[in-house]
Design a protein around this ligand. Structure first.
Ligand code: PDD
Length: 285
């Protein structure tokens, strides 16, 4: 059966899911996206993703074409129509298609809303056992990285550099410190067992998985420090890992070809992954 997508009010086969070439998402990357995980056919931490969606669209003065409740209904219907047990729901809202290409906001144009699903066994991903390598690249993005904008060219280039090096992710560096991964939040565990991740600011995307992992760790009296860290610190750390909706908690075992600790996923990463998977299953909606 062909995959079903959602486009502006209709559920259609993927081959018929189309938007105009005048869509501002296409012309200007004038849009916002979200990615939520699905386990057992249910959405993971979706309220957090939808809250970030509302914040992101607010920051660029874009009015959602549907209510948050309706968006959640559409997500659920798409999961059902695609028989999705485990994977991801992608959603994107753009400022719509005007009659031409004017930079300023168009008047009377309805925003575009599209969604599609993809199959992914996040819990049993092979890389969860082996960990991933990361490469470092300069962070060349704009300065409002707290907005989940579809302008992802810097991340495309960063993740292509990772792929060419046989690595699973790129860590972006600014002023000598790691900002975050191309599509994930970055963490280390110091030799004295402090979990370190950069504090939220306009320098990074406020990761939903990051937020949940920090809260779950603190509930268990694990020490968490929110501050930037360097690659030298990460290479001297006990463990390193990344978090995202599409990976959950994933060990980082090498950086630019140099191993972190013994080059294997560490016990804290494994524990946090287990805790997160448990949280995900228990709070899925
Ligand atoms: N990426 N930082 C960046 C730059 C991201 O793109 C993402 C998510 C994260 C992690 O956020 P969350 O935990 O809310 O998924 C951090 C998604 C998964 C993507 O682009 O596919």
């Amino acid at each position: 059966m062909e995959q079903i997508a959602y486009v502006n009010g209709s559920f259609v086969p993927m081959s018929e899911a189309k938007v105009s070439i005048l869509d501002r998402g296409f012309l200007f990357a004038d849009g916002i996206y979200e990615v939520a995980a699905v386990l057992d056919g249910k959405l993971i931490d979706n309220a957090s993703h939808l809250a970030r969606l509302e914040r992101s669209v607010g920051e660029i003065s874009l009015a959602l074409p549907e209510t948050i409740e309706r968006i959640q209904e559409i997500q659920r219907e798409l999961i059902a129509r695609n028989n999705l047990a485990s994977g991801l729901v992608y959603l994107e809202v753009t400022r719509g298609a005007d009659k031409g290409r004017d930079f300023a906001f168009p008047k009377g144009v309805k925003p575009t809303l599209v969604m599609f699903t993809s199959v992914k066994d996040i819990v049993n991903a092979p890389s969860a056992k082996t960990g991933i390598g990361v490469v470092t690249v300069p962070d060349i993005r704009w300065t409002r990285r707290d907005i989940k904008s579809v302008a992802l060219l810097a991340q495309v280039l960063a993740k292509q550099a990772a792929a060419e090096a046989g690595a699973g992710e790129a860590w972006m560096i600014e002023d000598g410190k790691v900002t975050e991964g191309g599509s994930s939040s970055a963490f280390i565990l110091t030799q004295d067992d402090v979990i370190v991740t950069r504090q939220n600011s306009s320098a990074i995307l406020p990761g939903c998985t990051r937020k949940a992992v920090v809260a779950l760790a603190e509930e268990r009296q694990l020490r968490v420090e929110e501050r930037p860290f360097t690659i030298a610190e990460a290479l001297a750390a006990k463990e390193a890992f990344v978090t995202s909706a599409s990976l959950f908690v994933q060990a980082v075992v090498s950086i630019d070809g140099k191993t972190v600790a013994n080059g294997k996923p560490g016990p804290m990463t494994a524990r946090l992954r287990e805790i997160y998977v448990e949280f995900a299953k228990q709070t899925a909606t």
